[in-house]
Design a binder for this molecule. Structure first.
Ligand SMILES: Nc1ncnc2c1ncn2[C@@H]1O[C@H](COP(=O)(O)OP(=O)(O)OP(=O)(O)O)[C@@H](O)[C@H]1O
Ligand code: SF4
Ligand SMILES: [Mg+2]
Length: 330
């Protein structure tokens, strides 16, 4: 991407902390660093997937990027202008469609709510168009949310999100509550919607397979920071960061998978995002940590292969092929 290209989203130096209650009345103030210095950009019509374990800061980052929450530091641009300059530029779809939809509004009214500027006749036509765009049967128009399946409800939420023709859509665990076959259907729908609308997506999930299925770029987050960033089609080749390798090894295999890696179990819990950390934040769980890792904090560094990695010893931890069922390792 060249420097003059206009991004749907460009963010740099994003930090978001939360003040936690004191543990003791006269104890020290406690500050949790939920997002700890994130730089990223997304080109129009492209998807950045963000993956990482629970609590690593994905949703906080997503909310900040679309202006639902305020960063403590950093800058955010939407379509080349400071975030917030144009309302309607960004939209979001979250995990639970039933709580996102007003139970008292019909499907048509729910979608029409996202089109306040149109006159009644135009609005009706646009609602029909949007329902067709997300593959919803027009006969569902006058039904209520509780009469739809979870997958259909999520399609309504997606129709509402694309109604204003946004430049950027945040999808935070948007397919996580759906079963595997519905997930794939919604992922395909998102891909075709992106081709037709040219919107950029930020797709957040703890599920690497879902992220791989929809993304152009994949960012792996650990404790509020991006630790590896790679083009999705090359993501699995030569994973560099030990945490990405462990995440890949934990991905449930399908019968069709040619390569099934041996699971790498990470010992211990992530360190607290409250304590001041010296060195690499993954050092306490990293199977290949060296003394230097506890002394020097690694930066996110671009490699020759076009990925960026935050590790002093990238590529040291490798995946190994899992022994076939019934064959025990020597
Ligand atoms: N309003 C808040 N007040 C205090 N702490 C918060 C608040 N919101 C989030 N956090 C903390 O910030 C950290 C990041 O939370 P976040 O919800 O962004 O994680 P996540 O990666 O989206 O997790 P999950 O996969 O479970 O959705 C967590 O430690 C969480 O407890
Ligand atoms: S810097 Fe060291 S501890 Fe951190 S991920 Fe790399 S090898 Fe592991
Ligand atoms: Mg979340």
């Amino acid at each position: 991407m060249n420097e003059t290209q206009q991004f749907a989203l460009r963010a740099s130096g994003i930090k978001r902390t939360f003040q936690l209650p004191k543990e003791r009345l006269f104890g020290p103030r406690r500050v949790l660093r939920a997002v700890d210095g994130v730089d990223l950009h997304v080109a129009p019509g492209k998807t950045l997937g963000i993956v990482g374990e629970s609590g690593c800061g994905k949703s906080t980052l997503g909310r900040v990027l679309i202006g639902l929450d305020q960063a403590d530091a950093g800058t955010i641009e939407w379509n080349g202008a400071p975030a917030g300059a144009h309302t309607g530029t960004v939209q979001a779809v979250f995990q639970d469609p039933s709580s996102a939809l007003n139970p008292r509004l019909s499907i048509a009214d729910s979608i029409a709510e996202a089109l306040p500027a149109l006159r009644a006749a135009e609005r009706e036509a646009r609602v029909e168009e949007l329902m067709a765009l997300v593959d919803l049967d027009p006969q569902l128009m006058h039904r209520f949310p509780h009469e739809l399946s979870g997958g259909q409800q999520q399609r309504v939420c997606i129709a509402r999100a694309v109604a204003s023709d946004p430049a950027l859509i945040l999808l935070d665990e948007a397919v996580s509550s759906l079963d595997a076959s519905l997930q794939m259907q919604v992922i395909q729908l998102l891909r075709s919607l992106q081709e037709r609308t040219g919107a950029a997506f930020i797709f957040i999930s703890h599920d690497l397979r879902a992220v791989r299925g929809v993304s152009d770029w994949i960012a792996v987050m650990y404790l509020g920071q991006i630790v590896e960033l790679a083009p999705a089609e090359e993501f699995d080749d030569q994973l560099q960061h030990p945490y990405s390798v462990a995440l890949r090894s934990a991905e449930p295999s399908l019968p069709s998978d040619e390569f099934r890696p041996e699971r790498i179990i990470l010992e211990g819990d992530p360190p607290s995002a409250v304590a001041e950390q010296q060195g690499c934040s993954f050092a306490s769980r990293c199977p290949v940590a060296q003394p230097r890792c506890r002394e020097q904090t690694p930066e996110l560094v671009a490699t020759d292969s076009g990925r960026a990695v935050r590790c002093h010893f990238p590529g040291t931890l490798q995946l190994t092929r899992r022994a076939p069922e019934g064959v025990s390792a020597p």
